[in-house]
Design a protein around this ligand. Sequence first.
Ligand code: ADP
Length: 664
Amino acid sequence: MKQINSILIANRGEIATRVIRTCRKMGIKSIAVFSEADRNSPFVEQADIAVFIGESTPAQSYLDQDKIVATAKKTGADAIHPGYGFLSENVHFAKRLEKEGIIFIGPNADAIAAMGSKSRAKTLMINHKVPVVPGYQGPDQSIARLTKEAVKMGFPVLLKATAGGGGKGMRIVHKKSEIEKAIAAAQRESKSAFGDDELIVEKYIASGRHIEFQIFGDKHGNAIHILERECTIQRRYQKVIEESPSPVMSEKLRAEMGAAAVNAAKALNYDNAGTVEFIYEEKTGDFYFLEVNTRLQVEHPVTEEVTGLDLVQLQIESAQGLPLALTQETVKGNGYAIEARLYAEDAGNDFLPVTGTIQKFEYPAVDGLRMETAIRSGSEISIFYDPMIAKIIVHDDTRLAAHRKMQYVLRNLVCQGITTNQDFLLQILSHPDFQKGAYDTHFIATKMDLNALNTKEDLANNISGIAATLHDWNQRNQARSILRSIPSGWRNNFNDAQFEEYQIGEETAIKTSYRYFPSKKHFEFYIAETTHIVQLIEADDQTVRVEIDGMQYHFNIAKKDNTYFVQNESIGNNTLIQKERFPTKAAEKIAGGYISPMPSQIIKVLVKEGQAVKSGDSLIVISSMKMENTIEASADGIVEEIYANEGANVEAGFLLLKLKSEEA
Ligand code: ADP
């Protein structure tokens, strides 16, 4: 087998970055391929060579085998690392590379093929004494036969698409009368998602935990397991948080499940990194094989943190034909690791994926924190790919210490500009059942209060409102070119409080009325019935530090149009939509109202109340950014009221004067 000196990474995002890191460590040249949407992505910069391969749609780039193989040849790549997803479990791709003389960094194509069908996989496992969920995985797909098998094993049962993955094509059937419809629906779903409608039926484990074992094999017949990962915290059958070791693992259970995982690996002549997934029933202590993922998993860092191993390096070495550098006895776990997946999604709105620009991405420097991400401040979360923003992994000596550290990171992480699941992750981490390790795969669906994500306490809303208002105030103040020392909004009728209004979620609206007291150098904010004494300590375009009733708060703020993304360590993320400023509205409503188009100083008032003016007459001269502007009458009329005083500084939208039409 030839030596691997260069690797093309047929993937994107954080996993591309991850593979590049190991390439560097091993002195291997890394070759990135990228699509239109990824042109400015960090992984493209990080690779030694980066080649554009096409449009953003995966079929035209990351899934286009012809382009990827051609690029590998053109750049002289010795091997291809497929990452996860895309072509990572594609049998044809693995076989094609073999023909082309390019090393596929993954298991042999037969192992991938054997696991591509849930029915074949189960049959193979039964033959190798790996416990599987009792069920039917045969060729007779008639409704009569599937129903008969379901009745035999007893309801509830689970229908699964043989070709399925990612939780698609699965259906729980609770009683016999429901099965015919469920079969038809599962077949339809499977046909459209995978082009095949074969189903298996299995006993539904009502309360199960998802526990998986990392396996590793080489081309010399060695196969071991590298401990377990607990991946029970899922939404829609997809993992959100992974931990290792599992809180329910005993040495005895680990030995049994580990042995089953190694049996599964041997059944496949497994020769690279893989994962054997089991469903574990706590009540009975039984565990059952679910599937083997024939690739590096998203959650592999959890295993790396606990064992100190570099799984990508092991993958490269195995692919090159080297014998495994470790034995079962040398694999040792140390401490505790947990991973939380930060997604661009709205957990409070049915986990809807979100797209947009991440204006700011920052996280605290914490010992034992490993941030796997492909984004940076300014990155775009596009519609083309998975909405995962980052994998946050922490390691510590004990489970409790690791959990505490993860919560710290989640409280202090700043990821602003779009909605993320950051607060939702914190909510999971702070749930007592999660902390105890007492959970099953239904934890999120049954224990999480997702509506709570959309409503915050009044105090949190008020404080966020003050932060947003002062951010805006400061921005306006910065924008003024003259008389910086005079607070914005200063005017002669100074006793009038200014105010802003915000909508928070669907149900909450707040109005922050405020006044600045120059002599006391503080603001008074009047929100609902409460008065808050507020000092603006410092602010820039992304942060505000305020002291509210004697307590200091640091806020991170991102503004997009009239939406404020406000984040604070103790409040979490709050999204405020600013309602249109009152003066603008008033001026629009008041016929004949003239407003200041920008923050400005009143230089000269040229008319008097009661004076008749003609359309085009000059009314008021204002100055902004050292430029003078004259406000002219847009119609004939009589000056009804003047609100502008010479020398005063006014904000954009300030109502300057009102004209009454002559007939009125
Ligand atoms: P996929 O290939 O679509 O990911 P899996 O077979 O790996 O499907 O199952 C995904 C998830 O579905 C598991 O993690 C588990 O939560 C649940 N699940 C699978 N099989 C069963 C079962 N027999 N009983 C209860 N839950 C199951």
